[in-house]
Design a protein around this ligand. Structure first.
Ligand code: GDP
Length: 190
């Protein structure tokens, strides 16, 4: 699939303001600092589209982007340690109401390829199974792994998340590796 357009639409901070569209919605989720903004920029081939944060945990909003044939929703990052319980609950509520009310074509769940999935990652996948929300796993930052480590690490991650090896796609926003694969997963869901 070719991306001919990638423009910011709006950011929303509360569930009564979710952006309404006739277009299919693809959402992206993952823990803070996993590389969500970088992946969105890689898909758009625009390094400035989504802000990549030096300070993790800045994304407290749902950010919407118009990708032409679909709308991409960038969901608030979870599992960020350095915020208050109250703040965490606010993000979790926003995320959960989004997943409950918006009809998604696909949810792209990001995990860091260098690490085992966190408790939050596992909880997220269980939640998606429970509510039958269609999802794929995308592993970020594979450029930080040696070539021989990629496959075994993908196997470890999928085993821990209780998904199949075909359900994970390794990517690197640094090199653009995996871009076509992610786009073809999106295309299949449209
Ligand atoms: P977000 O908080 O999930 O949106 O994460 P960001 O996209 O802001 O990325 C967090 C940090 O990881 C930044 O310093 C990025 O430069 C870095 N990063 C993101 N993707 C990659 C990648 O594919 N390879 C490498 N080496 N670094 C990455």
């Amino acid at each position: 699939m070719k991306i001919t357009k990638a423009e910011f639409i709006t950011s929303v901070a509360s569930k009564d303001k979710f952006y309404k569209t006739e277009k299919p919605i693809i959402a992206v989720v993952g823990k803070s600092n996993v590389g969500k903004s970088s992946l969105i920029n890689m898909l758009a081939r625009n390094k400035k589209l989504a802000k990549t944060s030096v300070t993790p945990g800045r994304t407290r909003l749902v950010n919407y982007f118009d990708f032409g044939s679909f709308v991409l929703a960038d969901l608030p990052g979870y599992g960020f340690a350095k915020v208050s319980k109250e703040e965490k609950k606010k993000w979790a509520d926003l995320l959960e109401s989004f997943l409950q009310t918006e009809k998604l074509n696909l949810l792209i769940c990001l995990v860091d390829s260098r690490h085992d999935p966190t408790e939050d990652d596992i909880m997220m996948i269980n939640y998606l199974y429970h509510y039958s929300i269609p999802f794929v796993i995308v592993a970020t930052k594979v450029d930080k792994l040696s070539k021989t480590k990629i496959k075994p690490q993908m196997m470890t991650i999928t085993r821990k998340l209780k998904v199949g090896i075909d359900d994970i796609t390794p990517t690197s926003a640094e090199s653009g590796f995996g871009r076509e694969e992610v786009l073809s997963l999106i295309e299949k869901s449209l």
